[in-house]
Design a binder for this molecule. Sequence first.
Ligand code: KIV
Ligand code: ZN
Length: 520
Amino acid sequence: MREKDKIFIFDTTMRDGEQSPGASMSLEEKIQIARVFEELGIDIIEAGFPIASPGDFEAVKAISKILKNSIPAGLCRANKKDIDACHEALKAAPRFRIHTFISTSALHMKHKLNKSPEQVLDAIKESVTYARNFTDDVEWSCEDGTRTDMDYMCKTVEMAINCGAKTINIPDTVGYTVPSEFTKIITNLKNKVPNIDKAILSVHCHNDLGLAVANSLAGIEAGARQVECTINGIGERAGNAALEEIVMSIKTRNDLMPYRTGIKTELLSKASKIVSSATFPVQFNKAIVGKNAFAHEAGIHQDGMLKNRETYEIMTPESVGVKKTSLVMGKHSGRHAFKDKLSDLGYLDVTDDVIQVAFGKFKILADKKKHVYDDDIVALVDDSMIREKNVINLKSLKVFAGTGEPQKADMTLDVYGEIKQTLETGDGPVDAIFKCIKVLYPHDVKLLLYQVHAVTEGTDAQATVSVRIEEKGKTTVGQAADTDTLVASANAYLNALNKMIIKRNKSAPMEQENRKMRGI
Ligand code: KIV
Ligand code: ZN
């Protein structure tokens, strides 16, 4: 039997995914994510756009140093400065990919680039040739590919391959195409570009019409052998094609799509969790990784499931790493058992400090809560890892809520090592809490989102709170979990604020921030 064609999985969660509002990740988060992605079996990890910011540069550099099996990639525009920065960031890796792009649609060439089609062809020639000086693994993308004139696209692709590009990526940059049209585009390239067999064709679809995964699969069926995607489908605007959906579609419908990927699907849930804890929560009904993806509520469905799982289940929860919510240790469990549990849950590189803090919280939780589940442990470890880097921390909180009286919060914070306390009233307890934070650490941010989710079932469940804030066009997301929703709210806001401080300090040195705090 002929071996099934391999589909290369190119993940762009840390580049295109990070371009979604509120999805910025810290260096530490990106390193952790890269480790999980490598374990997951991703072939190429696009770690950032090195010229875009010092933070992106450092992340690509750090990730290039740790990857052993996955190939790190960096994005760059079609000019030498971008390509040099990309090479500089990637060069520590034994193998790396330079991904260079330029727009090819009439609309983009005229209004965005102010270049003629001939000038764009020249830029392709120069950029791909230049990038090949550093590596023979060069990928070229025609931005706004799906709105590009077909004959012109064929010329650009032929040129890029002639200059040495080994992967040709066709982006549906604005999420405009539909499966039947995308099939034609890929088929035309296969039939009309004379040197097309010297490169791998790739697809990169955005989700503006909710068709990113369908379009990607259409592209694969028409001959693409690389697919660009993101975990949880995060990305610009409505997002990118979701990696987990593409991979599980191929696996589940292998009768119709007889391809293989190198993804260990049992790790999809873990990858989803690590990305969502660094960015934002996954919607409950999200395919494959949403909380409800394997939940069966209706009696008739539950009855069918008990008789035969296949009645309503097209893939098993275990195949994507969703374990049945399991009861874990109780309040008498020791530190050793807790550590073992963490490694079972996939936390392999957690520092002793984080374990110490998480174990302390676990003991408190086990005292308060009847059942402690795996998801509870995950929530509190993630919470401790986020908090490890914070410069502003919650010390204590008392809230006075209920009818009649105005709601009040009495808060003590550790602000850069200084203990500060205040009592504020607000329009509701959460408002009073956020006011306290503003008084203790004066700042001017806009609250864009405040969301509460229960981690597990029951009124004693921990709540995960997500907060998104904005300052001068930059957004950050903070998350925190606690059995007390108000404590989780304070910590989530503080996490978002701490991340904002890190972002600010990337442009203004830390010292400046410290001085501001000391009032110098
Ligand atoms: O959507 C897009 O066009 C891109 C390219 C830079 C590959 O992200
Ligand atoms: Zn994109």
